[in-house]
Design a protein around this ligand. Structure first.
Ligand code: FE2
Ligand code: FE2
Length: 372
């Protein structure tokens, strides 16, 4: 859950003469700025600060997502991992302004012009990479995608199930081979990845109407445990963390392969220009959840963990079968019937989500394998 990610609050490095000296990590500098009681006062203190930070963001985004490269697998030799991780920590800090209510007494800078500029600088190169990667899949254009709403929904489902992510080795490993320490390491990563789905569905439905909005409302109500406090999905996830005494990781422990998946979901849901992409992203989550949740439950049961502890996964292994069917019929199909051009955004959202999940699963399989 996103709220369990506590980004590090990093103070500016003190020089020997007592004057604060900024680090060259954008996420650290941004974290310090966002903690200040007045962002305006901080920026006014030194007239060049804003421009320097914007340039730092521009350079970081270009280093993380070079113009002449497109991400394929997370192990590609040209990827600057430290730049990407700093990039996604910084972007998550910006996105948190849109998704979290700050603790009492702390300011929020959601639509501060500096934060808006920062978001634009960071999103540009990353978004270009995401969409170039998506278009490597043949037929991602309005001319090539099926125009009949039902056929399009069928295409959408098959595109998810034919992606290399489906039946990923990570889940066979978790189900059959992982040790308890390896499974718990994976569940720590999941603390970050299970980003408050309820809020994302709420954000995604803004501006939709009719059948689409109704399905999202029903999905949201399920997230809320249909009004039963103990069945709220985020509570079920907390039960897992509490029972296993798992400590949610700090964002500075998390690499870009984890953070980019969270940022992708928020990116799709907070911008109205991405409304159809959000439908593609969230539908992919529903479609792929039953299979992966079933494997996690198998692994946990094999290792002697009580079913009640992993009820979050057990519940989603079943509920999300219905959610996927509902989403296909009442969001994807209904949206395309209403707005035929929505097909492109929906297709892009689906593929962007499964590409990001592939990086995450690859990373988790390699990472869990190193846990002894
Ligand atoms: Fe859920
Ligand atoms: Fe669901």
């Amino acid at each position: 859950m996103l709220k369990s990610i506590e980004l590090p609050t990093v103070a500016l490095v003190q020089r020997r003469d007592g004057v604060s000296q900024p680090t060259d990590s954008l996420s650290e500098r941004l974290a310090s700025l966002l903690e200040s009681p007045s962002l305006d006062a901080e920026l006014d203190r030194d007239v060049g600060t804003e421009e320097r930070l914007i340039h730092l963001a521009r350079d970081l985004a270009r280093a993380a997502y070079p113009e002449d490269r497109t991400t394929d697998r997370h192990t590609a030799h040209w990827i600057e991992h430290s730049a990407r991780s700093d990039f996604h920590r910084a972007l998550l800090l910006v996105y948190r302004q849109h998704t979290q209510i700050p603790p009492a007494g702390r300011p929020t800078y959601q639509f501060h012009p500096f934060i808006c500029r920062m978001m634009r600088e960071l999103e540009g190169p990353w978004e270009r990479d995401v969409l170039r990667r998506v278009r490597k899949t043949a037929g991602i254009s309005l001319e090539d995608l099926p125009s009949d709403p039902k056929e399009f929904a069928g295409w959408y489902q098959l595109a998810a199930f034919n992606h290399p992510l489906y039946e990923h080795d990570l889940y066979a490993f978790l189900a059959s081979d992982a040790t308890r320490a390896q499974l718990e390491w994976f569940l720590r990563m999941e603390c970050a990845g299970e980003a408050a789905f309820d809020d994302l569905v709420a954000l995604a439905q803004v501006g939709t109407r009719g059948e689409v909005k109704m399905e999202m409302a029903s999905n949201y109500w399920d997230e809320m445990g249909r009004g039963r406090d103990h069945a709220v999905h985020t509570h079920l996830f907390h039960q897992l963390i509490d029972d296993l005494r798992i400590a949610a990781p700090d964002a500075n422990e998390l690499p870009w392969e984890v953070l980019s998946g969270i940022n992708l979901m928020i990116w799709s849901c907070i911008h109205r220009r991405n409304a159809y992409r959000a439908q593609g992203v969230l539908g992919a989550v529903e479609l792929l959840a039953p299979q992966r949740c079933t494997r996690v439950v198998h692994g946990a049961t094999r290792l002697g963990i009580r079913k009640k502890t992993v009820v979050y996964y057990g519940a989603h292994a079943i509920i999300d079968i219905g959610h996927a069917e509902g989403w296909l019929q009442h969001v994807i199909e209904a949206q395309v019937r209403e707005v035929p051009d929505a097909r492109l955004g929906i297709a892009e959202g689906l593929l962007a989500r499964v590409d990001a999940s592939l990086d995450y699963f690859d990373f988790c399989l390699a990472g869990a394998g190193r846990v002894t």
